[in-house]
Design a protein around this ligand. Structure first.
Ligand SMILES: [Zn+2]
Length: 260
């Protein structure tokens, strides 16, 4: 790892990490290191949404996405995986179990990483900025970036030359029943994964693309979690939603994998 302030290497010193310039980063008792010391303003997210997301994941609605992610990583060389933008950590923890690799998982939202740290002791949990990863050059065999913003220059910096970037983005039919049930409250227009894929390919040219999709019945409990976990619905009047259209939900993802 490297210090995000001065970019020098760090060593463990008791319950903290310390760089050669003397910057000191404490490990929280809950099992993560916080590299964000100057977050301005309030949190731009609803922290409770992380709990809803966790329960929805636990109910198995993203299992096919987890499996596709693990399969994509088979093509990565041996070595550590960085989950950049890990949120509440579900995919990172599953990867750590399924792929039997060292996983370092990072998100800007401290409230998300606090929740993530309770999931797995095997994962190295970090609160940090994807534009300034606290990681040395060429340390990662793979970078995972699932349903999160990307920083391709920074991903390329931490990836080994033969390393693999795996990005997961919503498919065209992702949550289509929810979009229909909330129509009139959401911005109009067809979503397309194409611009994201093209942007990816400009940075990681040798790209493969795979779509996975499942439509699963929704329990009332899962529906409540779904309505409160997705940024798509933030600001939507949930009482005005036509729940009769939500007996099932489609979870569709595109998995992009590429090398620089
Ligand atoms: Zn430093």
């Amino acid at each position: 790892m490297r210090c995000p302030l001065c970019h020098q290497g760090m060593e463990t010193a008791g319950q903290s990490l310390r760089c050669a310039s003397g910057h000191n980063w404490d490990m929280a008792a809950r099992g993560y290191v916080n590299f964000i010391t100057n977050r301005r303003g309030g949190a731009p997210y609803d922290a409770a949404s992380f709990d809803h997301r966790r329960r929805f994941m636990q109910a198995g609605y993203y299992r096919h996405v987890e499996e596709a992610l693990a399969q994509a990583l088979i093509d990565a060389p041996p070595g550590p995986v960085v989950d950049a933008g890990c949120g509440e950590g579900w995919f990172s923890a599953r990867l750590s179990e399924a792929a039997d690799r060292q996983v370092m998982a990072l998100d800007y939202a401290k409230e998300a990483v606090q929740r993530a740290a309770g999931l797995s002791r095997a994962v190295c949990w970090l609160v940090g900025d994807i534009a300034n990863l606290p990681l040395k050059d060429y340390c990662a065999a793979a970078v995972v970036n699932a349903f999160a913003p990307a920083n391709y220059a920074e991903f390329a910096r931490v990836l080994r030359p033969d390393g693999l970037l795996v990005k997961v983005i919503p498919g065209v039919r992702h949550l289509q029943e929810l979009r229909l049930a909330a129509r009139g409250q959401l911005p109009e227009g067809e979503y397309s994964a194409q611009p994201v894929a093209e942007h990816f390919a400009r940075h990681f040219a040798d790209m493969s693309r795979r779509t996975v999709s499942m439509t699963l019945p929704l329990t009332q409990e899962a529906l409540d979690d779904l309505l409160r976990m997705t940024p798509l619905m933030f600001g939507v009047d949930l009482d005005a939603i036509d729940r009769s259209l939500l007996s099932a939900i489609t979870v569709e993802a595109e998995v992009l994998a590429g090398r620089a």
